[in-house]
Ligand binder design. Structure first.
Ligand code: GUN
Ligand code: ZN
Length: 432
């Protein structure tokens, strides 16, 4: 198991600090603020005058930039990073035609390690400091991602994907081996440093009832672990899943009757759900994960955020790399905004930035560790430059009315180039 890197003792950052500390979308803002970082954690935050209490402390001068909690991505597939942008298919054909052959390559641990390192470094370059990611079916590929995250000091939730039907034989486990390998992995990684384990039956189509039952037994035995799966992304998927589970009332009921809907369950996509299904998900306190670039790219449909919220469903925002097309949570938020525009829904920048930080931390049950800039939390930070590109600088030359306008411009025009610096556990890990 790789040693966690050691963070530097103490230093400070100075700039415009934005964190979502209130229960609503109102940010806490220090226009000329400072964050003191000590041994990987936030020691203090406030107006820059607080630096007077730390004479001589090394200070990274980010004035003119925004300092936010690092972004959190709650759904991605690290083994799909070399099939992003695969042409011309919707979900089931895309999985069969591109994804499954690609995931088979992760059987090679050296290849998996290369993919894992690239994936995490690319997230860091994009200001994402925590991720909840699927691995492939191979236990060694899950090990590779956990090891890569540990060596970078990153918060990771992941798990070996379980599939025991409707996938190529080399990608199938069985109900027994999938569960046994998951137990071995979670014993090795869950709670080690910043790692957490997610029990990961891919979706109802690729799991037999026996595998969903084995997954539920894992959930009962390890309630501290997360659960991640896919739900109601595409019409052909829904019809196929319901055909495979004729006793279920609907797609959601497949997971619910197997005891897989808990408050630690992350349900990717959730696009075409009935009122009954929304009600069940809300009552179980499971999380619907909105993956806008993926939903547009695969032509899956438009996530109805207002309807989810009205039903009381917990929400989250994610890239879904590699159905999703961009590592950047800024680009992801920009596409989410457009999906909501198409449905006549408003989504202010402050709501978007809250969701990418504190909201996603709450969705993972990790709000005590990540998602805000507050004393005691991990020093996972992103520094954004509103003048990062010529087009952004030109736009910013016209004075911004307020912080909301700056945030909205950043999410509409920004991408990895807007990330001036990323800090993980107090360590400076990416800089432009
Ligand atoms: N449904 C089942 N597996 C997948 C996957 O890998 N990506 C997406 N977008 N949907 C899925
Ligand atoms: Zn997915």
């Amino acid at each position: 198991m790789p040693a966690e890197p050691t963070p530097p003792d103490s230093y400070a950052l100075r700039g415009c600090i934005v964190s979502f500390d209130a229960e609503d979308d109102t940010p806490t803002v220090f226009d000329d603020g400072a964050v003191v970082v000590s041994r990987g954690r936030i020691a203090a935050v406030g107006p820059a005058a607080l630096l007077d209490a730390h004479p001589g402390i090394e200070t990274l001068d980010h004035r003119g930039r925004l300092i936010l909690p690092g972004f959190i991505d709650t759904h991605a597939h690290y083994v799909q990073t070399q099939v992003i942008g695969s042409y011309g298919k919707q979900l089931l054909d895309w999985l069969g035609g591109y994804v499954f052959p690609e995931e088979a390559r992760a059987a090679d641990p050296a290849h998996a390690a290369t993919l894992a390192g690239f994936f995490l470094d690319e997230l860091l370059r994009n200001g994402t400091t925590s991720v909840c990611a699927y691995s492939s079916v191979h236990a060694a590929a899950a090990d590779a991602l956990f090891a890569a995250a540990a060596s970078r000091g990153m918060r990771l939730i992941s798990g070996k994907t379980m599939m025991d039907r409707n996938a190529p034989p080399e990608l199938c486990d069985t109900a027994q081996t999938g569960a046994a390998e998951s137990v071995a992995l979670l014993s090795r990684w869950h709670g080690q440093g910043r790692a957490g384990y997610a029990i990961t039956p891919r979706f109802a189509i690729t799991s037999t009832p026996a595998q969903l039952e084995a997954s539920a037994a894992l959930v009962r035995a390890h309630p501290e672990c997360w659960v991640q799966t896919h739900l109601s992304e595409n019409h052909a998927e829904i019809a196929t899943a319901c055909g495979l589970y004729p006793e279920a009332r609907d797609y959601t009921d497949i997971y619910d009757r197997h005891g897989l809907l808990t408050e630690r369950t992350l349900l990717g996509h959730c696009i075409h759900l009935s009122d009954r299904e929304l009600d069940v998900i809300a009552r179980r306190r499971s999380v619907a994960v909105f993956c806008p670039t993926s939903n547009l790219f695969l032509g899956s449909g438009l996530f109805d955020l207002a309807r989810m919220r009205a039903a009381g469903v917990r929400l989250s925002l994610a890239t879904d790399i590699g159905g999703g097309t961009d590592y950047s949570m800024l680009r992801t938020a920009a596409e989410a905004y457009k999906i909501l525009q198409l449905q006549g829904q408003s989504w202010p920048a402050r709501a978007a930035f809250r969701l990418m930080t504190r909201g996603n931390a709450e969705a993972l049950g990790l709000a005590g560790e990540i998602g805000r800039i507050a004393p005691g939390l991990a020093a996972d930070l992103v520094v954004l430059d509103p003048r990062a590109t010529p087009a952004m600088a030109h736009r910013a030359d016209r004075p911004m009315r307020d912080l909301d306008e700056t945030l909205f411009m950043l999410m509409t025009m920004g991408d990895d180039r807007a990330v001036a610096e990323t800090i993980v556990g107090g360590r400076r890990v990416a800089r432009h």
